[in-house]
Design a protein around this ligand. Structure first.
Ligand code: HEM
Ligand SMILES: *[C@@H]1O[C@H](CO)[C@@H](O)[C@H](O)[C@H]1NC(C)=O
Ligand SMILES: *[C@@H]1O[C@H](CO)[C@@H](O)[C@H](O)[C@H]1NC(C)=O
Ligand SMILES: *[C@@H]1O[C@H](CO)[C@@H](O)[C@H](O)[C@H]1NC(C)=O
Ligand SMILES: *[C@@H]1O[C@H](CO)[C@@H](O)[C@H](O)[C@H]1NC(C)=O
Length: 401
């Protein structure tokens, strides 16, 4: 009988393992052990080619995860039946460096075909962008599935404008269960990268329709921006989001304290009483910023689609059935085994439960297929061919025959 407590522990642990979250660290340990190092290597290459590109890729995590979960939907191009997210209000002429994700995907397909999802690539790449520019490094959870559809309207409705004020941003992030601290820390992502004049014209020349510039702008910084972005000038010209745009550090928060935030949505974090406390804290303590940023990024990466039709309902059903059956047979086995003081009985009942679970969940029973996915029409896909993958200077191995 002394075995019983051990078995209870074992069964509990097993049940926890089976019922645990789908997302987990080192998801590709068996199927593609190189995955994370390949992504890191490709991001390093991209950064050497163009320093800003890693910031641009890091931004994808925000724009992907806020719109129906982290499902790589923002990477999908428009089709005749679907307006993608690439051309939504916040993304058009703004999101860039999609080719870096293409390169990463290509490298991963070579190493482990059809294994690593694009949604996971975005998450790994965002982490690597931060680590490679001097910021913190952390473990990411993986195992996301890619979406087959995207929604331009949802992106338009959800993604915040550069004009947003702190109250609006607090409310928006709260809808995703992200705290005020998470929001301020995540805004610290603007420690790297650039923004367009287009995003700040109103703030330089007509803040809130006043005909005047934003009073929170420090005068010499404003002069600098006026010169970069003159009225009637090219609004595609870009400026740095903080004083050290290639280094992930807390300079962004120091800049906000001195009135040198680039976007209105940045400077407003110091104007607002509630968010100002966090800006001050992060500007004085980089370690605290890094810790809060990691936590925010992990929470952001946990966001899943809220759209039921997007779920693979049959698969969900299987997962739930499996968990329920295993837990029930485990409990019954332990209770009966304890009552009859028979180790054998307990194991037999549990083994029976495992067999039953296997019978119910492994075969592809028809009731798992009540909600077939609407796949894209292949003939339609052919009309919009994917760009050819060009392998540069490939050295063909001489045949050994
Ligand atoms: C708090 C709300 C946020 C707002 C209103 C906002 C808005 C913006 C805007 C307007 C730009 C410049 C785009 C342009 O002018 O073309 C920008 C750039 C950027 N954003 Fe945000 N953002 C927010 C939060 C985030 C978050 C949470 C992340 C990442 C986790 C992020 C990452 C970036 C990066 C890295 C850039 C620079 C991109 C580049 O250089 O290409 N932002 N953001
Ligand atoms: C913040 O923005 C919202 C929506 O754009 C607006 O309704 C609100 O009045 C603004 N709050 C402040 C304090 O400016
Ligand atoms: C936020 O948390 C609540 C309660 O824990 C949960 O019901 C809700 O689905 C969460 N929302 C998101 C977007 O994760
Ligand atoms: C400033 O914005 C307001 C409201 O959007 C508008 O009525 C006004 O004409 C603008 N002023 C200038 C100088 O552009
Ligand atoms: C910025 O450049 C794009 C093309 O890259 C162009 O379509 C767009 O009109 C330009 N936007 C502004 C505000 O000048």
């Amino acid at each position: 009988m002394s075995l019983l407590p051990h078995l209870i522990l074992y069964l509990t642990l097993f049940t926890v393992a089976v019922t645990g979250e789908t997302l987990r660290p080192r998801f590709y340990r068996e199927t593609c052990p190189e995955a994370e190092s390949i992504v890191r290597r490709e991001m390093k290459k991209a950064m050497i080619k163009e320093a800003r590109s890693v910031a641009s890729v890091m931004r994808f995590q925000f724009h992907d995860c806020f719109v129906n979960g982290c499902d790589a939907s923002l990477l999908l191009d428009d089709t005749p039946n679907m307006l993608g997210e690439k051309l939504s209000l916040s993304n058009i002429d703004s999101l860039r460096s999609f080719e870096v994700v293409d390169d990463i995907k290509e490298a991963l397909e070579k190493a482990c075909p059809a294994t690593v999802s694009c949604a996971d690539i975005v998450i790994m790449a965002a982490r690597d962008a931060v680590a490679l520019t001097g910021g913190p490094d952390w473990e990411v959870k993986l195992g996301r599935r890619d979406s087959l559809t995207a929604s331009q309207k949802d992106s338009d409705d959800i993604m915040p404008s550069p004009r947003a004020n702190a109250t609006f941003l607090i409310d928006l992030f709260e809808r995703f269960n992200l705290s005020v601290k998470d929001m301020v820390a995540l805004s610290g992502s603007h420690s790297i990268g650039q923004g367009r004049c287009f995003s700040i014209m109103f703030r330089l020349y007509n803040q809130s329709g006043s005909g005047k510039p934003d009073p929170a702008l420090e005068p010499s910084y404003r002069k600098k921006l006026d010169k970069l972005c003159p009225l009637g000038g090219d609004e595609n010209v870009t400026g740095d989001l903080d004083a050290t745009p290639q280094v992930f550090d807390n300079q962004y928060f120091k800049d906000l304290v001195s009135g040198r935030g680039f976007l209105n949505s940045d400077q407003t974090l110091y104007t607002n009483r509630v968010t100002r406390e966090y800006v001050k804290m992060f500007s004085e303590d980089q370690g605290e910023f890094f810790r809060a940023f990691e936590e925010g990024m992990v929470k952001l990466g946990d966001l899943q689609s809220g759209r039921p039709e997007m779920d693979w309902q049959g698969q969900k059903l299987v997962e739930h059935l499996m968990q329920i059956l295993l837990v029930i047979s485990g409990v019954v086995a332990v209770v009966v085994g304890y009552a009859t003081e028979s180790f054998r009985t307990m194991m037999l009942i549990y083994a029976g439960g495992v067999v039953l679970t296997t019978l119910v969940t492994v075969p592809n029973w028809p009731f798992y297929n009540l909600h077939p996915l609407k796949w894209l029409d292949p003939s339609e896909a052919e009309k919009y061919p994917k760009p050819e993958v060009v392998v540069v200077a490939s050295k063909k191995k001489v045949s050994k025959k």
